[in-house]
Design a binder for this molecule. Sequence first.
Ligand code: IPE
Ligand code: IPE
Ligand code: MG
Length: 247
Amino acid sequence: MNSSEPSANERLLDPSKLPRHVAIIMDGNGRWAKKRLLNRIRGHEKGAEAVRTIVRTCRELGISILTLYAFSTENWQRSKAEITALMTLLERFLESERQELMENNIRLNAIGQIERLPNSTRRALKEIMDLTKDNESMTLNLALSYGGRDEILKMVRSIADKIKSGELEPEAITSEHIVENLYTGQMADPDILIRTSGEMRVSNFLLWQIAYSEIFVTPTLWPDFTKDEFFKILFEFQNRERRFGRA
Ligand code: IPE
Ligand code: IPE
Ligand code: MG
């Protein structure tokens, strides 16, 4: 990957204090389009370009996990036309990124209710997940038909099954049992949670995992989110004091 000259913000970063896991609520595609009197779909298309930039930037910096909220369990309530456009866009993205993911040793993983996605989307996802499964420089997690409450519900059901079958005693449940039954499994929790377009809410994203994430909300609409703004957030992250409840 040919990186251009580092910007001032990039130069300020301490490479030894980078986050391991960055999670992003990519919000504001619709508003970006509306401002320009365009169809919402155009906003999603433009948003996909911002995704490419951020994936590349994380890979260049050596961030190990990037989790992107692409479609929530609640987003199924949108119009059929918008849902179809988003799925088509996702399929196109997977196809166009295949080579870059391989060249850059990036594993693509999906979290969420994959079984609810259209057949063609599922097929495309499965293919790219199989292809990239041994890549280890970075994991790109796409949250698709993802909901934190759905994830917790599934986890409770699997633990309840183990109890029912006598495999596990209720007293023996630890947070390890919880973690291993979440979509994210053994992945480190996000160090940073970014939400674009200014909304002060988590919208059902990674409810368990963000317990101690540093939160950044920016008014920038997702299609306008740049590498340079990302560097600014990373710089601020490096200057925050994470206390984890200690004095
Ligand atoms: C985020 O942008 C993308 C998805 C939720 C799929 P939105 O589509 O939510 O954009 P706004 O919030 O309407 O501007
Ligand atoms: C969150 O954005 C979901 C994704 C970015 C995929 P939404 O636009 O769906 O969230 P709300 O409706 O503003 O809470
Ligand atoms: Mg939104």
